[in-house]
Design a protein around this ligand. Structure first.
Ligand SMILES: Cc1ncc(C[n+]2csc(CCOP(=O)(O)OP(=O)(O)O)c2C)c(N)n1
Ligand SMILES: [Mg+2]
Length: 692
């Protein structure tokens, strides 16, 4: 072992900690032969100051509800996070929120940076490493997600704090770089945060003027300060990223700010200390090289040949700083919470339930049951009724739309629902404005904060939220996306508004539950299923137009939704010769075709298949009972891309779906043009049976 105690006697402890973060980062990237050393070298003083002097975070309990949140939006600088989680000895917890009794990130993990199973992966991963507050890497996502976290804190403080009981008063600190500043999602999110006056939110912008292709002056010359002032933010500037007292001072100003979010612009030097690579894009994303690392270590006054050196004084200094402060604050809060529980037992119970992602008793009370009705009701209408029930039963179930509330039917209209604004943090209706991308990230930030949030737009514009849906699934968050105008139902609006490939592309996202219910009662059952998810996001795809409400005394109950696909109507005796598989608006088309086929003596079966994903998770036995392997004559019908249906129709089946974009015309004409009609379906079924 290196005789560290001697080596560093008399060295300033602040500097020792900062240089430990820097050198661990350089060594890890070098060892992995990949990664991003330059920004950790530059931002080590910031992260050190924020963690050790300012943040209220207890490394012993990284999920304590009132902790300050730290988001590393420039996720490529992940070594900053791995270093600080390691040096503060932050503890690991599992998905059930149990403490595991060991460190979240070990020195061995850092030695194995970016290797399989290491707790120091390439980018921060929420579901994988304790202490990571949100997954980052796709630039702009972290900053936008932090807006959701800030909305969450405002809502929680308003609902649960009582005189003398500041149960929630945490802050959100988000570090970002030029990349995040350039991404459109950051602009959407910053605009919303400024509008909402989220004074619990601080973004720290690493203004190093370097990205991968070189100096930012090749593509980015706007005045970021003026831009954020225009959004309604307070803007501070620190001219020297190594000045930790200034950094502490600026963070203190943020903590006192009321009425606006704060942007701190921090002028820094990427690759600080590296004689040949500082201020160059080479320092961004490749190892410095052994020789350059030696030179940088020399510049820091570090032993040139030491590798992965973490002096004991550094752990002690973090223990004396964030460890002590965080521990005291958390213990004080726990005592406060005990007193709060004695005085407000119901509110305390709510908080605890929410933290465990449980649903309150009676969460499904008063869910509607829709009577059979040939004229029926639109998916979005049924959804609106369900949302209004759930939001009353579950305090932390809330959401809104990207300006399409009246169309998506997502507005909460019951008395007292309210609208979330700067002056009404109690509101349950969120108004995202026309900002689908930020909406998705805000939902993620709310879900990370243990809310059950939903966000809505037209299904076609799921494209604008797709990166956030993907992250939702990667993070294993129970967010809900309510997408209406699911297919050709948008008729006259034409192909710009008619989704084609969207179902297929969302079905391809691992872990995402995609549901396209076939009638109003399937909508109710879809919500019932979704509400019980704790670690999976869901997408609800709903019709604009009325769909017949099926007579469930004649057909199988809608509870079959919980199995992804179920036999809705069958041939007498249960031995079909042909199977019609449908989702959403095509379910009633299939039911009609089934009637025609039965009348002609053809034994058909209708399978309603609202969710591939759920169906895939059923037993083989169940799946075979729905789609018997010996029945090869199968027709799937869905107003969407045919892509992927082969898996259910097999080699001898057919799909009635879309292979082109749609067209601008009334829905009836489109149904005729593209073949979404009972006669066409029945004809294809007969062709398959050789009876055409
Ligand atoms: C959405 C997205 N696009 C592209 C990338 C690839 N990428 C990773 S880092 C980076 C440059 C980021 O520059 P900056 O934020 O200034 O980081 P710095 O080099 O200063 O640390 C790019 C383009 C990404 N991670 N996410
Ligand atoms: Mg940069």
């Amino acid at each position: 072992m290196t005789p560290v105690a001697e080596t560093f006697t008399g060295v300033d402890l602040n500097q020792l900690c900062i240089n430990t973060i820097r050198t661990l980062s350089m060594d890890a990237v070098q060892q992995a032969k990949s990664g991003h050393p330059g920004t950790p070298m530059a931002l080590a003083p910031l992260v050190y100051t924020l963690w050790n002097r300012v943040m209220r975070f207890d490394p012993q309990d990284p999920i304590w509800p009132n902790r300050d949140r730290f988001v590393l939006s420039n996720g490529h600088a992940s070594m900053l996070l791995w270093s600080v989680l390691h040096l503060t000895r932050t503890q690991a917890v599992n998905g059930e929120y149990e403490k595991l009794g060991h460190a979240s990130v070990t020195l061995e993990d850092i030695r194995r940076f970016r290797q399989l199973d290491s707790k120091a992966p390439g980018h921060p991963e929420y579901h994988w490493v304790s202490g990571v507050e949100t997954t980052t890497g796709p630039l702009g996502q972290g900053v936008a997600t932090s807006v959701g976290m800030a909305i969450a804190e405002k809502w929680l403080a308003n609902r649960y704090n009582r005189p003398g009981f500041p149960i929630f008063d945490y802050k959100i600190y988000t570090v970002c770089g030029d990349g995040c500043m350039m991404e459109g999602i950051a602009s959407e999110a910053a605009s919303l945060a400024g509008h909402l006056g989220l004074d619990n939110l601080c973004w720290i912008y690493d203004n190093n003027r370097i990205t991968i292709e070189g100096h930012t002056n090749i593509a980015f010359s706007e005045d970021v300060a003026v831009r954020f002032l225009a959004y309604g933010w307070r803007v501070l500037r620190i001219g020297d990223a190594n000045d930790i007292d200034r950094i502490e001072h600026a963070l203190g100003l943020f903590r006192k700010e009321t009425g606006s979010p704060t942007l701190i612009i921090l002028d820094s030097h990427i690759g600080y200390g590296s004689p040949h690579k500082q201020d160059t894009s080479e320092a961004h994303g490749e190892p410095l090289g052994e020789d350059e690392i030696r030179l940088a270590k020399r510049a820091y006054g570090w032993p040139e040949d030491a590798k992965f050196l973490a002096p004991p004084e550094v752990y002690e200094h973090f223990e004396d700083g964030i460890g002590t402060r965080g521990g005291n604050t958390r213990r004080g809060w726990t005592k406060l919470f005990e007193a709060y529980r004695a005085e407000y037992p119901e509110l305390a119970a709510e908080i605890e339930q929410m933290q465990r992602r449980e649903l309150p008793a009676g969460w499904d009370r008063n869910l509607p049951v829709f009577p059979a009705d040939q004229k029926g009701i639109a998916g979005r209408e049924a959804s609106g009724k369900v949302l209004n029930v759930l939001a009353q039963n579950v305090p932390w179930f809330l959401g809104g739309s990207a300006d399409l509330g009246p169309s998506n039917k997502t507005l909460l209209t019951y008395e007292g629902a309210g609208h979330f604004q700067a002056d009404n943090p109690a509101g349950k209706n969120l108004h995202f404005g026309i900002r689908e991308h930020a909406m998705g990230a805000v939902l993620n930030g709310l879900a990370i904060s243990k809310f059950r949030p939903y966000g809505a737009t037209f299904f076609i514009f799921s494209d604008y939220a797709r990166p956030t849906i993907r992250l939702s699934s990667l993070m294993e968050l129970p967010t809900l996306f309510v997408f209406t105008h699911d297919a050709m139902g948008d008729g006259e609006d034409g192909p710009t508004h008619q989704p084609v490939e969207h179902l297929a592309s969302l079905r391809a996202i691992p872990g995402l539950v995609v549901l396209r219910p076939g009638d109003a009662n399937e909508v109710v059952e879809a919500y019932r299923y979704i509400m019980q998810l704790r670690h999976q996001p869901a997408v609800l795809v709903l019709s604009r137009q009325p769909l017949p409400t099926l007579d469930r005394t004649r057909y199988a109950p809608a509870t079959g939704v919980a199995r992804g696909a179920y036999v809705l109507a069958d041939a007498g005796g249960g031995h079909p010769e042909v199977i019609l598989i449908a989702s959403g608006s095509e379910v009633s088309v299939a039911v009609d075709a089934h009637g025609k086929l039965l009348a002609e003596g053809i034994r058909s079966r209708v399978v309603s298949m609202p969710s591939w994903d759920i169906f895939e998770h059923q037993t083989q036995q169940y799946r075979d009972s729905v789609l018997p392997p010996n029945v090869g004559a199968r027709v799937a019908i869905e107003q969407a891309s045919t892509f992927g249906w082969e898996r259910y129709i097999g080699p001898s089946g057919r799909v009635i779906g879309m292979t082109t974009f749609g067209a601008s015309a009334p829905l009836k004409e489109l149904q005729r043009k593209f073949g979404f009609e009972p006669d066409r379906l029945a004809a294809v079924a007969k062709e398959l049976l050789g009876k055409g």
